[in-house]
Design a protein around this ligand. Sequence first.
Ligand SMILES: [Zn+2]
Length: 165
Amino acid sequence: MKKSICLSTSDAPPSESALSISQYVVGNTVEKCQQNMMRVNTVINKVKYRIIEYHCILGAEMMAYKLLSFSKFCDECTVNNAAALSCRLCVKMTCNITELSNFMEFSCELLNCTKDYVNFLISLGRLCKQYPNFKYVTLSLNEIKANMKELTKKTTEDAGFWNDI
Ligand SMILES: [Zn+2]
């Protein structure tokens, strides 16, 4: 897996280099998240490079949007908001189902994809936010999706390597 990374980012034109996963700032309102998702999706449909990184950014934005469905977090998730997505307590107690389905509907429509794929992109964004070097992996999105569990496990086991920018 490590051998599959490629550390060259020099093929990116300056105008798009602002979109990097380590510096990327997600939206904090539904409108802003939607705008950002449309913007990143436009870039994805246009470019042939840094495909994984752009999908990671899209996933990070989608995670931020999805988290807006929660009115508040339990003590544990206050420390790590992303954990709320899989926290039974938060999902049950504070998640607004209407907002959540609005998020899903918007995402599936924009990307012309299934809910399953939406959740995959969120997992990818979450992983890459935590381990920025994951963006250099030269696997295809389909390969990553098919092996997401295993890749997440391996990345977490070797956190130092994937964290080191
Ligand atoms: Zn929680």
